[in-house]
Write a protein that binds this ligand. Sequence first.
Ligand SMILES: Cc1cc2nc3c(=O)[nH]c(=O)nc-3n(C[C@H](O)[C@H](O)[C@H](O)COP(=O)(O)O)c2cc1C
Ligand code: SF4
Length: 600
Amino acid sequence: MFSCGTSVVPSLEPILLKHGNDAGQLLQILTDVQQAFGYIPPEAVNRIAAHLNIPLARIRGVASFYSFLKLEPHGEYRLLFSDNITDRMLGNQSLLDEMCRQLWLQPGKVSEDGLVSIGLTSCTGMCDQGPAMLVNGRVITRLTPQRVREIGDLVRRRIPLEDWPAEYFVVEDNIHRAGPLLSNPFTPGDALRAALGMGEAEIVDAIKRSGLRGRGGAGFSTGLKWAACQQAPGSEKYVVCNADEGEPGTFKDRVLLTRQANWMFEGMTVCALAIGAGRGYLYLRGEYRYLLEPLQDVLQQRREAGLLGRDILGHAGFDFDIEIHLGAGAYVCGEESALIESLEGKRGIPRNRPPFPVTHGYRQQPTAVNNVETFCSAALALAMGVDNFRAMGTEKSSGSKLISVSGDCARPGIYEYPFGVSVQEVLDDCGAVNTLAVQISGPSGICIGPNEFNRKLGFEDLPTAGAFMVFDDSRDMFEVARNFVHFFAHESCGFCTPCRVGTSMLKQTMDKIAEGHGTRHDLAEVENLDLVLQTTSHCGLGRTACNPVLHTLKHFRPAYESKLKSLDFEPAFDLDGALARARRMTGRDDAGAHLKAEDV
Ligand SMILES: Cc1cc2nc3c(=O)[nH]c(=O)nc-3n(C[C@H](O)[C@H](O)[C@H](O)COP(=O)(O)O)c2cc1C
Ligand code: SF4
């Protein structure tokens, strides 16, 4: 990293050149500048604007959208504690307090000497080995009070990050149950060879027959998506792999990217062959930056093996290559149209749909966007034969599914099952006891109690992108929901009013209840808010934002009621409290200087 005083201009030229002086690469350019200087200096903003011939406002607009990009210095060391509920259960808050004590600093502030800042960030995807934190974008897992003290000392002594103990940065895979995806017996090229033996329409047909449905959450038929993209008119077509994995509690793509990257790229290449694409992008969440180099290496190996590039596997005219783009800390960019905006170097605001990406995606061209696990599964289906693939799982959910287990259990980590496994079976396998609740598919998913543990994971019953968070009977489910609600309020992109205002109102309501001022009226209001958010939000984030409260209310109402006042209604604003300053200034505290109960 350059020091903040270094002139930025000489270091900017290679960054701009690396990205082809292309304004469409603005996010990647800004990410590299942030990496080089620790923030995006005004001089860099001016230079980039002049060089790419784009307005300053566009650069500032993009930079201010992404939480990892900073337009002001944020310290030579930027410490961000992961703040998922599972980090909280593992004590992240007392570790943050300890770090603040060590460095004599308040959260959210930069030290006066510009050395360090401390803050919180949304789930880093390390729920199986938390509490975790990011230091200048690099992930550190398994924090303990001892490790926090050591980090404080390294920061105070200004030890460069490269010289910190390597064990801090170890990320484990924690695979406890492997199936065909994780213990894949095939070699790179097997799925492609099978696909090359078919025509384009036949590949799509095979994927349809496999019954494969998207693993990113919505469960749309992959075959239908590829068919729509294949048939859409367009001068260029694109394949995009969604590796944003921002849903708290989900970390299965992290493990696939570590263990099965070759197979994921193989799936993308098969898709390119089927739809006629020449270019692919992997959109990698910023928190997984440590995977960038290993992934680049896999791409290079594939080029050398003739599995990427020109005339793939000697098939004249089959040209396809893949580029990796980094995200910069915005959960909403996992939504496919927001992801495409981000790929184009813009703020990650979801687009109006229709038109859908299959006809108007990247650069308004037909684009197939699929999740990491979907591409791995597509390649697997072709390599093992679609009938064999279809034979796994259930009628409407074929194949296997990776589950990311975290929370109150003896063995958090990754479990691969054929679809149709029951919640209880997963709980038994991961060593969970006295389980009060399981949150399936993250905050936007569903929370179930013990009377539903016989339900099955699959599109027929409990669809899931993979998160499986376990809470035992020592947990307060109100606090779990409150953490999720804070997450949505933080991650709302602010584009549409119902979500921007609604998520913030929901957060205030939960905080009001937590502070002992909640009433039954507040609970009823959540249902009204849900109706507004469901019917008027622009994207899935707003539409699911009330789920955590509604689901926990359904199963764990006493956790809420024990915190409510007996009153039916109490205003969110404490009017009498607000007059306290005026009373102090006037030296009055008599009855006339207070509002009467009936006025409040
Ligand atoms: C707010 C929001 C966040 C999302 N995040 C992700 C994500 O991190 N990864 C993902 O694959 N899909 C995510 N999705 C779903 C994508 O929009 C899209 O459905 C998916 O990438 C399609 O791939 P699939 O068909 O293979 O599942 C998200 C959707 C929403 C509304
Ligand atoms: S629903 Fe929320 S996240 Fe989605 S576009 Fe509207 S403000 Fe942004």
